[in-house]
Ligand binder design. Sequence first.
Ligand code: NAP
Ligand code: ZN
Ligand code: ZN
Length: 376
Amino acid sequence: MTLGRPAPPPLGKLLSGPAAGRRGPTVAAYGATSADSGLVPLEIGRRDPGPHDVQISIAYCGLCHSDVHSTRGEWRPQRYPLVPGHEIVGRVTAIGADVTLFCPGDLVGVGCMVDSCRSCASCEEGLEQYCEEGSVGTYGAADRRHAGETTQGGFATSIVVDENFCLRMPASLDPAGAAPLLCAGITTYSPMRYFGVQPGDRVGVVGLGGLGHMAVKLAKAMGAGVTVFTTSPEKTEAAMLLGADAVVASGDAAAMAEAAESVDLVIDTVAASHDLVPYLRALRRDGALIQLGLPGEDMPPIPVGVLMRRRIAYASSLIGGISETQELLDFCAEHDITADVELVTARQLNQAFDRMVAGDVKYRFVLDIASLKENA
Ligand code: NAP
Ligand code: ZN
Ligand code: ZN
């Protein structure tokens, strides 16, 4: 041990917990202790439920590519230890004295945010993700209402969340398949609604992973036709089974040329740097490309002439607000939409992250939290 430097806490001990003076249990979790540690078993503190809080026993948590970017420090330096996971489904086990929206036993969800200022113009409009003071992420964020304690996500046996950031999960949907709706689902639903996807429109979906396959299902349910653009031609048959009307191998220049000016909206979900020009060329006049992926590296520049020639818009979008997420969950219940998931155990998490980076997932890994309890 180097003198003058505190020893790192041993793994498996309490690594993050409720701020001083706050009481709460210690629970089993999986998270990263540094950008290159991978995911390891941890114990974290959770606060006792306050007056407006619900305590949730987590059953399932989806694995989003953002979890990979975050735990590996690809976006920015992170506060470690970091327990990822923001596609959380579980049952309410306790509620605070002033909770009115949920009861013990309710099946609930938690997505990418656990708080916001609740009073700025964006919050007033139900767009908490664009909170002018910054929304509080489900993990790796300073929890302003709780003494700046670092939030920790859903790769854990339980979580405590303000009732206003909790979603009601439709009883008709399989809870493991519904977990990814809380990020992959809402992130693709929100821009398609904002940009007004209508029956008869054509939506292009770039990248057939977690977000991409949800975009296909949701666009179809909105009545649109769908073209999938993929770097993996072997996904063609599976994409058609998901409902795609056409699949274009993005590496096939002739096929891409044929797809020119064929879609009204492009939902780009690619998790790595790539050239957007071929997809901008696929847009008809007045079309828009929505870049949802947030690669760790810079993207090649967009020549403005490509946009100008057909009044094309290049835009982005961040998850969705709480009320819109509830709307999406209810929409999915109505249309019987869930994610296609592969359940993984806690011990398989690192392999699942690697497989996600390699594009080897159909189409969302979901952590079975029961396996974490067995490890505890
Ligand atoms: P994912 O499941 O890993 O899917 C990404 C897909 O992109 C892959 O399956 C692959 O599809 C395609 N791809 C092409 N080239 C790639 C490459 N070099 N590396 C990785 N993927 C490549 O990821 P996801 O969970 O859907 O997330 C996608 C991106 O959206 C991530 O950057 C994530 O951080 C971001 N995200 C943004 C928001 C938001 O609010 N805007 C919310 C959630 C996630 P093909 O094989 O079909 O080409
Ligand atoms: Zn996500
Ligand atoms: Zn706000």
